[in-house]
Design a protein around this ligand. Structure first.
Ligand code: GLC
Ligand code: CA
Length: 556
């Protein structure tokens, strides 16, 4: 297995709108990020994944880009960006940009031109089709953000495809001019000195030419067999690699929802010349198996979670590289989703989850606030949502009468992306120290107890636990390169595995339950020193009683 810096790195994701506001307008910004780089340096992370900061009308908070070579007004200027990049580099922190090129904003000049006539030079930059008839779209596909995936446009009496909102028209990657525009733009950013790209829904850029109706799974037809992992996706990524990526020492991670392990080996293979790693969702998503599409508040049984994670661990080993994460800006908060956010268990379970993840193979991602053990938000009413996906879903499922509010509410507040988007809790002052004004989305009321000031001051905090895990990674190549083996696969209480590298071996034991449980340490680890733990216990003894959410790692 090749050794590379991005396999050894720990990545921290910043969602700029909610990270730190420098000028009191209630919206996080670039100067705010620059002001907190010392905090990130202290935590010890190597790379920042910056969610989009490009010019955008903000229909989907920056994932709808109207100019790829300019900065969003609310976030600052290109000078602020350059300053932030230089300040990060001075501290040895790299910056990876979010690359959103499956679609643009409908306010991008390419689309403004494209919709004007059927014969203009930008028409083929997007995907236009005739409707089945005047009132019926070309097929039954539903968009990820509710409603049809097709929008009728009066100007030319045709429909354009948008897998996300109608303000996010899909680019036509089959057009070589589109690919050239994207590659030139990427080159421009690389020449500026950025350190890589996180590629938004990159597994969706190639669509099948035929666009038949999809199987109706919830309210609309499913586009995924025709748009995810389409016929030319590898060809286009190899072209991108040849024309751009291979010329720079950068890292690339592809958001690849819905890909199989076999496919991932191609996207992120050791020698396939596409991307460095995949970011896939099999362990966090109940993939349509939720009560109402993705909307559910059911937790996965631990045996299922372990099985999924372990398959990716063993089947990619030595062949391709994976990302490790519990949450991001699209997911519920890790501790609320996979741990236990009740006050008596929050800290322990947050540390346990961190142990379980950082000891696996892959590059770990920390989503802003995860290192503080931040939790889901206690939503009281739909008016509190800011996220287009949650707003539209509530309307489609609930206001339109498909399900009752009582049934749907617990599901949507558990899964809403807004849970991850409440402001980072910096201290116990006004608005958690995020802004001097009124924040664009409410601060979680638990900020007096959960905040960075308190966490950095307390050596036993979740923050210091993450800091220690990051330090351990630097000193123990086995955490990066060791082979993974699952133990106790049938246990619904314990997640236990080993890592092996040459003569060294780690035993990782994580309790996922809120009661005591017993555990017998395998002979070869009896007496072995403890690398890290979230409790006090007699580590090294053979017969152990584990406390709720206890986690520890032994090394021999
Ligand atoms: C990705 C992003 C998500 C965004 C969507 C459309 O899944 O992570 O936030 O809404 O793509 O760009
Ligand atoms: Ca601001």
């Amino acid at each position: 297995m090749n050794k590379t810096w991005w396999k050894e790195a720990v990545i921290y994701q910043i969602y700029p709108r909610s990270f730190m506001d420098s000028n009191g307008d209630g919206i996080g910004d670039l100067k705010g990020i620059t002001s907190r780089l010392d905090y990130l340096k202290y935590l010890g992370i190597d790379v920042i994944w910056l969610s989009p900061v490009y010019k955008s009308p903000n229909d989907d908070n920056g994932y709808d880009i109207s100019d790829y070579q300019d900065i969003m007004d609310e976030f600052g200027t290109m000078e602020d960006f350059d300053e932030m990049l230089a300040a990060a580099h001075e501290r040895g922190i790299r910056i990876v940009m979010d690359l959103v090129v499956n679609h643009t904003s409908d306010e991008h000049r390419w689309f403004v031109e494209s919709r004007k006539s059927t014969d203009n030079e930008y028409r083929d930059y997007y995907i236009w089709r005739e409707g089945k008839d005047a009132q019926t779209p070309p097929n039954n596909w539903g968009s990820c953000f509710s409603g049809s995936a097709w929008q009728y446009d009066e100007e030319t009496s045709m429909y354009y495809l948008h897998l996300f909102s109608k303000k996010q028209p899909d680019l036509n990657w089959d057009n070589p001019k589109v690919r050239k525009e994207v590659f030139d733009m990427m080159t421009w950013w690389c020449d500026k000195g950025i350190d890589g790209f996180r590629m938004d829904v990159i597994s969706m850029i190639s669509k099948t030419k035929e666009m038949p109706d999809g199987e109706v799974t919830d309210l609309y037809g499913d586009f995924s067999p025709y748009c995810i992992h389409g016929p030319n996706v590898h060809k286009y990524l190899q072209e991108m690699n040849e024309k751009v990526l291979s010329k720079y020492d950068i890292m690339t991670v592809g958001e690849t929802a819905g890909v199989t392990i076999e496919q991932a080996k191609q996207y992120a293979g050791e020698d396939t010349h596409e991307l460095n790693m995949v970011f896939q969702f099999e362990h966090v998503e109940r993939n349509g198996s939720g009560k109402y599409g993705k909307w559910t508040n059911e937790q996965l049984p631990l045996t299922v979670l372990k099985k999924t994670m372990s398959r990716w661990q063993t089947e990619l080993y030595g062949k391709a590289w994976n990302s490790l994460f519990w949450d991001n800006h699209d997911q519920p908060r890790a501790v609320s989703n996979f741990g236990d956010d009740r006050p008596q268990y929050r800290e322990a379970s947050a540390k346990m989850l961190a142990t379980c993840l950082h000891m696996q193979q892959g590059t770990p991602y920390i989503y802003q606030g995860e290192e503080l053990g931040m939790t889901n938000y206690p939503f009281q009413s739909p008016e509190e949502f800011r996220d287009i996906e949650s707003i539209n879903a509530y309307k489609e499922w609930c206001s339109d009468g498909v399900v009752s509010h009582e049934d749907f509410w617990p599901c949507i507040i558990f899964k809403s992306r807004d849970n991850a988007r409440t402001p980072v809790q910096w201290d116990d002052s006004w608005q958690a120290g995020f802004t001097a004004g009124t924040p664009w989305i409410a601060v979680n009321p638990n900020y007096k107890e959960i905040n960075a000031k308190a966490e950095t001051a307390d050596p036993n905090s979740v923050f210091h636990y993450y800091k220690k895990l990051i330090e351990l990674r630097k000193k123990n190549p086995i955490m990066v390169y060791g082979k993974y083996d699952l133990m106790l696969e049938d246990s619904e209480e314990l997640f236990v595995y080993t890592r092996t590298l040459d003569e060294e071996k780690l035993l990782v034991v994580c309790s996922f339950c809120d009661h005591e449980t017993s555990f017998t340490v395998p002979d070869e680890f009896v007496g072995a020193p403890c690398l890290i733990s979230n409790m006090e216990n007699a580590y090294g003894k053979a017969e152990m009683t584990l406390k709720p959410y206890e986690a520890f790692v032994l090394k021999r």
